[in-house]
Every structure is written in C-alpha cells, then in structure tokens.
Design a protein around this ligand. Structure first.
Ligand code: ADP
Length: 620
C-alpha cells in the first residue's frame, strides 16, 4: 500500500497506478474481478482498468455507462460510506456489466450472487465524483463483511487520489501547452501590413493551438458579407468553397457571437448537429449525484441546442466537408466584429474550457491586429492623398507661373517696343497692341479656368435650374463661329428638334460645351470640320463634339482628363493651352450625374461624347 501511495505521489502514469490498484484489489482484498472506470468530459463512466479474470477483462475494458444510468443503480443500492451494494434482483432484469455464471454454487445466507454489484466511489478530496471501482466474485464466495469493505475503501481512496492527481496534471499540462502555443501564435499576427498576409500567417499557428484537423479564418468584407473577404485555411491553401448565403450566414453568426461575448461550438450527435455557446470564461456548476450521496460532478453551464432546421444548409455544408465537431470564434475589437475563425476536428474529442478561453484570446488579439492593419492602410491612403495633393500643388504653381510668365513676358516686350517707338516719335502699329491684347486674353483665360476649378472643387455656384442644352449649344457655336472662321475650320451644329431639358448649373454646362468646341477648333488644322450634335434617348442626352483634327494617341487618351495634362504631340503642344480645360469638363459632367468619353486616333480626328441625365420634367 505504501508503495502505491508513493508511486501516485511521484506522478506515475495514471494507467499504471490504476493497474496496480485493481491488481491490489484482486490480490489483497480478494476479488476475482476488479474494474475502475473514470468519468469522461461527456459524463460517461468509461472502464479503463480491469484486473483478474481474463474473460471479464475482455468484456469490460473500454465499455461506457452514462452518469444517468449509473445514478439509477446507485440510487437503488445500499450505501455504507463510499460503498454502494446492489443486491441481485433489486433492479429486476437488465443490469448491465459482466455477470459470472454461479449456477453451480450452492446458495446460502450472505452468499455472493452472480448479479450482485458492489461499487466503490472514487472521489477527489473535495468530494467530486471522478470514477467508480467495481468488484465481483469474492474469493470466499461471500458478500464482504466490514473488514473487507474497509480495505476496499482504502483502495478506492487511493484510486480517487490517483485520478485527481492525473486530472490536475492534465489540466496543468494543457494550460502550459496552451499558454506557450498562444504566445507563439500571437507572434504570428505581428509585423504583417496587409490583411491577406495577416490571415495567412495566423492560420497555421492558430490551428495548431486548437489542434484542429481543418481550420479557416476569415476577415469579413463589411460591405458585402456574402463575399469571402480575406480568408486563409489549414491545410494551407484550402478554404471551403461556400456559397454566398453560407458566407453571409456565418458572418451574421460571428457578429451575434461577438455581441454576446461567446465562442460557439457545434458537434454531430446521432446524425444531428448540436450547437452550444460558451462564455469566454466558461463557468461550471456542481451537479449533485444521487442527491449528493455520491458527491457531485462538474458540468459546463453552456447551453446546448439542436441546430435549427433553417440552418440545414449550414449543416449540409459542414457534413460535405467531413467535419463532425467545430468551434467558431469571433474576431474583433470593442464593438466591432471583423470576422471569425473556425477550428474543426474530425474526431470525438471536444474543446476544453482552457481551449475555449485560448480561442477567445486569439480572436481578440487577431481583432487588434486587423484594426492596426486597417489603421495603417488608412494612413497609407492618406499619405498617398497628401503626396498627390502636394504634387498637384507643385504642378499648379509651376504651370501657372509658366503660363503666366510666357504671355506676360511677351506683353512686357511689346510694351517696351511701343514705348521705344513712342519715344522716337514713330507711329506705333496696331500689331503690337494686338499681341498685347492676345496675351492678356491668355492670362485672363488661365485665371478664369483656375477660378472655375476652385469653384467646382468647393461645389459652389448658383442654384441648379432647368435649362435647354440645345440653346446652350447654339449660343456656344455661334460665339465660336468667328474663331473657327479665322482658323479656316468649318463649325456646324446638327439640327435638333425640340428642347433638351436638363437640371444643372447653366454657367457650368456652358463651360463644358465651350471647352469641348474650343478644343475641337483649336486642335483642327485649317480646312477641317467640327460638328456638334445632340442625341436624345428616353432618359439621357448625348452631346457629341466631333472634329477631323489631329487626333489623340491612345496613351494620351488615358491621361486626357487629368489636371494640367497637355498632349505629348508637338503640334498640339505648340498651341496655347493650360491643360485644365478637360479636367474642368469632366468634373462638371460628373457633378451633373453624367459621364464623358473620347474616341480618337492620331491624324483621324477626335469625338468627345458627354452623356447627361435628362431633367425629370418629361415634357421637354
Ligand atoms: P488645353 O488647355 O491644353 O487645351 P485641355 O484639358 O482642354 O487643355 O486638353 C488637354 C489636352 O488634350 C490638350 O493639350 C490636347 O493635347 C488634347 N486635346 C483636347 N481636345 C483635343 C481635340 N479635340 N483634338 C486633339 N487633341 C485634343
């Protein structure tokens, strides 16, 4: 006995300790069969050690009896201390277990009967029921009297200690394993700057913490919960192919779990999925066994519910990927749920309270990591915008100074010529004044366009009204007719039936037509043709400005609408311009809910088409 205590205290493997104890009961207390069962997490008594007769051993080892069944037997038994004796026949037929054939034994008072059952409870020092020691066939054929019972109880005490020790060691090992695995897993979420590599980096380590056979992690696209978003899986590269409904469903489940502060688990029981949710710090309650006469057992307070019928698509999906047990942990920070991870097992073992807590910790930590990646991303975008703004400002300053300098230099030069001529008493020709005038016009136009750009950006301007685009086009064409004529370009407005009413800012829309027609004339050599047309459909109008001019290369077309863009074509570049006209046009068109496109090829002319929504006044 001393040897046994010593071995238990030295932390010998629990199976060896229980083997020594059952053998001791057979050899020392004197029974032909002794069996120890322990209480599993699923609250079943599972026989894990049998000593004595080989036939009993073969039949009993590994068998299970539920706590409920055991309770029925214990309740019907006579109790003395931790011993429960159930005489043959008291529960009628059907008492399970191994029943020896004692038909040839002559019966007498106190004689052991084949269906007699003697059990001894194995408990922790706190009274928690951990297992049961059952004996059968006393060597002397008699129901045991007090001294034998006491000896049996001593063995049971030791077995209780061994089970308690083993359980504590397992829990400790589990905690140690989890805490170092969680630490390692948390490292995997650091130093990643985009969500894709973040989920890819954490999947394998999270999966190994939770000892999952299949694992996937998903960061939900909040705008589109039916879209996979960012996903990564283990084995690497495998994420289940789920439909948009399943994905949306899972996203909603994760959100609900996050709001409730729980990790959800589900498993297949008798072909049906049962789900439960456990608070992050799972609480367990003590359930009294046989009204407390047999001690108590721990039971998790998490609720178990059969998975609702409307979730059959979800359960079918899980079955299709061969999973029988899963855990879903939401990922988030504060009020925000960003996604979830799912760990699956294809075996029977469930998740311990420690594992659920570790999962929750991983979920919260990953949430932090997602948040910092998102903040970093936002910062990056902001920096890019600032850089673009800075470049824009630089472009603006250099273009504006260049565009102002050229005409003003010319103005100053010509004024000097005029001054010299006047000093010399010579007649000043009108040419010089014309040059001064033209150049000052250029300056005016540039400042005009800059002001326009600023106004559009600030979204200021007169209140929108209803205007007739046909009249706008007509006015613009007639005002540009002299310019076209001077350049030897013929400018035509295709006739259009009735008014074309659109809601918008008159000044801005006039600017659109003006810029497009002005460009068309400007970039068309003498002898060319510019045609302006309006095409109406049920809800839109198309303003088409086509010219037979120099055309625009495909590369230039891509950048055409950017601020300060001027063609790379030298003959276009030779003409005065600011590179602001088309960017102003595009902004105005977009502000009016429209779009603009260009079709062109070098040397073959260009066609600009603006599409604008018609005003709701349908009688236009
Ligand atoms: P700019 O003041 O230079 O005309 P825009 O923004 O109006 O500025 O036009 C940008 C560039 O697009 C022009 O420099 C010119 O090269 C090209 N472009 C615009 N319209 C036409 C056209 N109708 N035909 C050929 N090139 C054009």
């Amino acid at each position: 006995m001393y040897q046994i205590i010593r071995r238990i205290n030295l932390g010998v493997d629990v199976h060896t300790a229980l083997g020594v104890l059952t053998q001791g009961v057979v050899d020392v207390v004197g029974f032909q069969v002794a069996a120890i069962s322990w209480l599993t997490d699923a609250l079943d008594f599972e026989i894990v050690s049998v000593a004595g007769r080989e036939d009993a051993r073969a039949e009993l080892m590994g068998t299970r009896v539920s706590l409920a069944e055991m309770e029925v037997e214990l309740a019907a038994s006579d109790q003395s201390g931790s011993l429960f004796f159930l005489p043959a026949g008291r529960l009628g037929e059907g008492v399970g277990g191994w029943i020896p054939d004692l038909s040839d034994v002559t019966r007498g008072p106190g004689q052991w009967e084949g269906e007699d059952t003697l059990r001894c409870l194995l408990s922790s020092p706190e009274g928690e029921l951990l297992g049961v020691l059952s004996v059968d066939l006393p060597d002397d054929g008699m129901r045991p009297a007090a001294p034998r019972r006491e000896l049996l109880e001593m063995y049971a005490d030791l077995a209780g200690l061994a089970l308690n020790q083993a359980r504590r060691a397992t829990a400790l090992e589990e905690r140690v394993r989890l805490s170092s695995a969680v630490q390692a897993a948390l490292l995997s979420t650091e130093a990643d700057h985009d969500l894709g590599s973040l989920v890819a980096a954490c999947a394998p380590s999270f999966s190994s913490v939770l000892q999952a056979s299949t694992f996937w992690v998903r960061i939900i696209d909040q705008q589109n919960p039916g879209h996979p978003g960012e996903m990564a899986g283990v084995p690497t590269g495998t994420v289940p192919a789920a439909t948009a409904e399943i994905l949306a469903h899972a996203a909603a489940d994760a959100r609900a779990a996050w709001d409730a502060g729980v990790v959800a688990t589900a498993f297949l029981r008798h072909g049906r999925w049962v789900s439960s949710t456990s608070p992050w710090n799972e609480t367990q309650e003590r359930i009294r066994v046989v009204e407390g006469r047999a001690g108590w057992v721990r039971r998790s307070t998490s609720e178990s519910n059969p998975v609702a019928d409307e979730q059959t698509d979800l359960t079918e999906f899980l079955e299709s990927i061969g999973v029988s047990r899963l855990l879903m942990c939401p990922v988030g920070v504060g009020p925000d749920c960003f996604g979830y991870f799912v760990a699956c097992r294809d075996n029977e073992s469930g998740w311990s309270a420690e594992e659920l807590e570790a999962a929750a910790r991983l979920g919260r930590h990953l949430g932090q990591a997602v948040l910092s990646v998102r903040l970093l991303e936002r910062e990056r975008v902001l920096v890019q915008q600032l850089k673009a703004l800075d470049g824009y400002k630089n472009d603006l300053v250099s273009t504006v100074s260049h565009e102002l300098r050229t005409p003003l230099t010319s103005v100053v030069g010509h004024l000097e010529l005029i001054e010299d001529a006047m000093t010399a008493g010579a007649v000043v020709g009108s040419d010089a004044f014309e040059v001064v005038h033209r150049n000052l016009q250029r300056v005016l136009r540039l400042t005009d366009e800059l002001l326009m750009l600023k106004r559009i950006d600030a979204a200021v301007g007169s209140e929108p009204g209803i205007l007739d685009l046909r009249l706008v086009a007509r006015d613009v064409v007639s005002s540009l007719q002299p310019q076209a004529k001077a350049q030897g370009v013929s400018l035509r407005l295709a006739p259009h039936g009735g008014p074309v009413l659109i809601t918008g800012n008159g000044g801005e829309l006039e600017r659109v037509v003006l810029n497009l027609v002005d460009n068309a004339i400007k970039y068309t050599p003498a002898g060319g043709l510019v045609e302006v047309a309006l095409e109406r459909s049920a809800r839109f109008v198309r303003l088409v400005v086509a010219d037979s001019g120099m055309g625009i290369s495909a590369d230039d077309q891509e950048e055409l609408f950017g601020e300060f863009f001027r063609s790379t074509n030298p003959s276009a570049l030779a003409l005065p311009g600011t590179g602001l006209g088309l960017s102003i046009v595009r902004r105005i068109v977009q502000r009016h809910g429209g779009s603009i496109r260009v079709t062109s090829a070098p040397g073959e002319g260009s066609t600009f088409t603006v599409r604008l929504p018609l005003s709701h006044t349908r009688d236009g």
